[in-house]
Design a protein around this ligand. Structure first.
Ligand code: TYD
Length: 134
């Protein structure tokens, strides 16, 4: 399956690095929410859901973690370990995050506010939703 990474330009100099993220400029949507996942305990797996509408971009600001993305017929398993690389996650993609490094800070940028009704948290339901969407 296609995986869309966004390479963020890093404004680096002798002092260090800076990345700027602007709506509709270097990310393809209007930002309505950001959240971050940190202090994740060893061996934890998170996610296990898809969204009906929501689009998100995940960026590891520190450390690393792995993402499994599943479009209902194919799966990819990706390592996120760069603050200069955003992973675009479209709607109707089942995701699982795991193997968080102890220092991992995972930033997520979303195009909508939190809405539990937008979640599909049951895998079988996700599969049927994908099939009926094709
Ligand atoms: P959860 O969906 O379990 O996180 P993950 O998909 O990473 O495993 O979310 C954990 C809790 O945080 C849950 O009670 C819902 C809440 N939450 C919000 O209130 N706002 C948000 O934007 C998000 C993503 C979660």
């Amino acid at each position: 399956m296609d995986v869309n990474f966004i390479n963020f330009q890093s404004h680096g100099d002798q002092r260090g690095s800076l990345v700027s993220i602007e709506r509709n400029k270097n990310i393809p949507f209007d930002v309505r929410r950001i959240y971050y996942i940190f202090d994740t305990k060893s061996g934890v797996h998170r996610g296990f859901h898809a969204h009906k509408k929501l689009k998100q971009i995940a960026v590891v600001l520190k450390g690393s973690c792995r993402f499994i993305l599943d479009n209902g017929s194919e799966k990819v398993d990706l390592l996120l370990d760069s603050a200069e690389k955003g992973l675009l996650i479209e709607s109707f993609i089942w995701r699982e995050m795991y193997q968080f490094s102890e220092d991992c800070i995972l930033l997520v940028i979303a195009d909508s506010e939190y809405d539990e009704d937008d979640y599909i948290r049951n895998y079988d339901e996700f599969k049927s939703a994908v099939l009926s969407n094709i």
